[in-house]
Design a protein around this ligand. Structure first.
Ligand code: NAP
Length: 456
């Protein structure tokens, strides 16, 4: 069905070997996928809500039945530990089950007005374009695909060229689940060609983008030309704030995976660790113990906690931050090549003005920044263009809530690292994006609100 005859290779970052060879889609392929989605829209929006719900549940069962294969594919293509990949695919199953509840619960309001009855309806948008990154390929696709389908939209999904394999499997599983052809269309091609075409195309009603702030800005500019609906889930530089009254062992035990999980290639990475100065020494000692104990190696090994980076380019970029000159306090281990390995690295002390504290590194590098008191912690945490997530560690509940309310951040955890749950909203303040994914709020971004008045 592809128009393009160009091919491309997909690599395995732990071995540097070719994992798959695929067709690289062209602008014409994007047009063809959008046309298929447009044609499929009237019938899909007309599917009875209960039947749409059943199809989403059936897709959840297909994914559940392929969990091990999908997790292994994601592990080999991204380099993430197999135990993480399994957890992510498990969450994808939950996402489809959760949004299967939505078609029958897209409620409107009745509003008291003079002379009649006023009602609101949530209408699907039409064809939606979904553009996803390489760090959590299937998870992030599911956060968009499930609510978009539940609301009655049809989809063109463009995965990142580095990691398109699980999105391609998702399209196949959707067909096996009984979702009609043309409703979910995956187009694997370069962002500058296929991505831009999706964003510009007049038949695409909305774009949901997850990726870097730089590309998100470009997507926002292009989308604005046709007043397209757009949601942007972008970069982060989140703070992990450790107060002296926290359980330091617990905070230091959790900090490594809060920043080195997915080898630091996580938009929610708490890559700035803010520590109250009076407990700095004790915290660093505990942190060193947990960082050096991290198991870095073969992502297919059940015991592995951190795998390689996605590519040689990414490793070079990460290394350039460490070469900037902030003192290296300690490092964990990393295997020798082949594979794009980089050891978990802690820099301390760092000033919040240093490049390592200002830019998203997207690798296993943490910057420890001391602070004097609560007000300074909030000021430093907010002194960034980003506002995606963050953590607060303290035994003082009132202080935790005060600080949480003071942070310009979309998702905050207290005495926890967790940023993402199926049932709760996720998204950024400031240049970390606009709009929310997951939870009930995501549905607002895949529907248009219609108001109908009937004179009585
Ligand atoms: P990226 O380079 O911005 O790419 C993201 C997606 O956009 C890819 O599919 C890419 O395609 C495509 N793209 C590139 N240029 C485009 C253009 N001009 N028009 C339309 N699409 C275009 O980001 P990434 O390197 O894949 O992912 C890492 C970034 O994502 C980090 O900044 C991270 O913080 C962010 N992220 C944010 C969240 C969140 O929820 N806030 C979650 C995960 C990741 P190709 O790569 O195939 O060319």
């Amino acid at each position: 069905m592809a128009v393009s005859t160009e091919t491309m290779q997909v690599f395995e970052p732990a071995t540097e070997q070719v994992l798959a060879e695929l067709t690289r889609a062209s602008r014409e392929d994007a047009d063809a996928a959008i046309a298929r989605a447009k044609e499929a829209f009237p019938a899909w929006r007309a599917v009875k809500p209960g039947d749409r719900a059943k199809l989403l549940r059936s897709l959840a069962r297909e994914i559940e039945g392929s969990l091990e294969e999908l997790a292994t594919l994601e592990t080999r293509n991204v380099g993430k530990p197999i135990s993480d990949a399994r957890g992510e695919v498990g969450m994808v199953v939950d996402v489809f089950d959760y949004y299967a509840g939505a078609p029958e619960r897209l409620l409107g309001d009745t509003i008291p007005v003079a002379g009649g009855i006023d009602m609101t309806f949530r209408e699907p948008l039409g064809v939606v374009g979904l553009i996803t990154p390489w760090n959590f390929p299937l998870s992030i696709a599911s956060w968009k695909v499930a609510p978009a389908l539940a609301a009655g939209n049809t989809i063109v999904l463009k995965p990142a060229e580095l990691t398109p394999l699980t999105a391609i499997e998702l399209e196949k599983l959707a067909l096996e689940a009984g979702i009609p052809e043309g409703v979910l269309n995956v187009v694997n091609g370069p962002g500058s060609v296929v991505g831009e075409r999706i964003v510009e195309h007049p038949d695409v009603a909305k774009v949901a983008f997850t990726g870097s702030t730089a590309v998100g800005r470009r997507v926002g500019e292009l989308a604005s030309r046709s007043i397209k609906r757009v949601t942007l889930e972008l970069g982060g530089k989140s703070a992990n704030i450790v107060f002296a009254d926290a359980d330091l062992e617990q905070a230091a035990g959790a900090a490594p995976l809060a920043v080195f999980g997915n080898a630091g290639q996580d938009c929610c990475a708490r890559s700035r660790i803010l520590v109250e100065r009076s407990s700095l020494e004790a915290f660093l000692e505990a942190l060193e113990r947990s960082v050096t104990a991290l198991r870095v190696g073969d992502p297919l090994d059940e015991e592995t906690q951190m795998g390689p980076l996605i590519s040689a380019d990414q490793r070079e970029k990460v290394a350039s931050f460490v070469e900037d000159g902030a003192p290296v306090a300690f490092r964990g281990s990393a295997p020798d090549g082949p594979g794009y390995w980089f050891p978990p690295t802690v820099l301390s002390p760092v000033s919040n003005d240093d490049r390592v504290a200002r830019e998203e590194i997207f690798g296993p590098v943490a910057a420890v920044i001391p602070f004097e008191d609560e007000a300074e912690a909030v000021r430093i945490a907010n002194d960034t263009i980003y506002g995606l997530s963050g953590s607060i560690w303290t035994r003082d509940g009132a202080k935790a809530l005060r600080v949480a309310r003071g942070l310009e951040t979309g998702t905050i955890s207290i005495n926890s690292n967790n940023s993402v749950r199926v049932t709760t909203p996720f998204g950024g303040f400031k240049q970390s994006g606009m709009g929310r994914e997951l939870g009930p709020h995501a549905l607002d971004y895949y529907t248009e609100l219609k108001n109908v008045f009937m004179a009585t």
